[in-house]
Design a protein around this ligand. Sequence first.
Ligand code: SAH
Length: 370
Amino acid sequence: MADRNGAQPRVTALARKLAARIAECGPLPVDAYMAACLADEEFGYYRRTNAIGAAGDFTTAPEISQVFGELVGLWLADQWQAQGAPTRFNLVELGPGRGVLMQDALRAAGQALPAFLAAARLHLVDISVPMRDEQRRRLGAYAPNWHADLADVPNDAPIFVVANEFFDALPVRQHVRRGAAWHERRVGLPDGRLGFVDGDAVEVDFTRPQAPDGAIVETCPAGEKIGCALGARIAEQGGAALAIDYGTSVSGWGDTLQALRKHKPIDVFEAPGECDLTAHVDFPVLMAAARKGGAASFGIVGQGAFLTRLGLPVRLGRLLKSAAPRLARELAQASQRLLDPREMGTLFKVVSIVPAGSVPPPGFAAELEI
Ligand code: SAH
């Protein structure tokens, strides 16, 4: 059977492995399928592939313009200073990809506030071996520590954190409405190949009275756990976190699981383990998790508004003055991509986590402002 792009699904090594597992143990919850596609020890996407950039499968904001990472670095340094410039702190990036964001952030923050750089201990949380190699190339001079999980980062000092397009890579569960009940959506072998099937009715901790029959509600237990842990650490030790991702500012329903290969959407079963798989981030839930941990959370602000408030247009104006025409054109186009509501400006959203009682950090005005 051809998929919607007319391509015949290839049976990848991971598809075979999962089919054998399903034949033996029954259909998998969607989060187990997503976790296997991204992180299976043998065949998971992030274990083997260099995914990001023009030659990869998708492009991210720090890869589009260096100004993105620079502004994030200045935001973190500002929060560090606002909290009394602690002489030692843990600087954490969740899912640093090729290390581009942190490289730009450290360069800008180090120039503005050398003491920030001197006080930072760098911790990179990533499961990808090829990405870690790239991170080592760009960030080796800052003596980073690598971890597979936030839980492994020492909780012994204030923590300043950035996560760009990290939460969207965390596995989601899906629930499908059937009458008054919610059934866990699972991945089985409906036609002898991988596909969705209904699982049993399950207890859920969300309410969606307006959702029609057949509606799908996603939850992200792994993301909630990390949001809560960030809130707890920031409440206990001080610090600040910035999460930037695409997703929703109103918890609703809809299937947002999507696969990307070579910058094009493909069916989520077309090439398991050989394409990126993501889901939209439910920002209200992430913020609630951080608050449950004991911290305050500000947002939700669109990426375009956030970067504009941090001064991207001013910085761009300065760069354009000294740039040759071709470079100037490229710089302007890159900024446009980050800011424009028709591109990344509003689909991408930003939330912050700061100690309870803090004033809104730079870039954030009110609770909800999308
Ligand atoms: N922040 C980068 C990369 C985003 S891609 C950028 O903006 O360019 C997602 C990143 O998260 C990759 O580096 C991937 O290896 C990492 N990642 C995905 N799932 C993860 C998990 N469960 N734990 C830790 N890192 C993960």
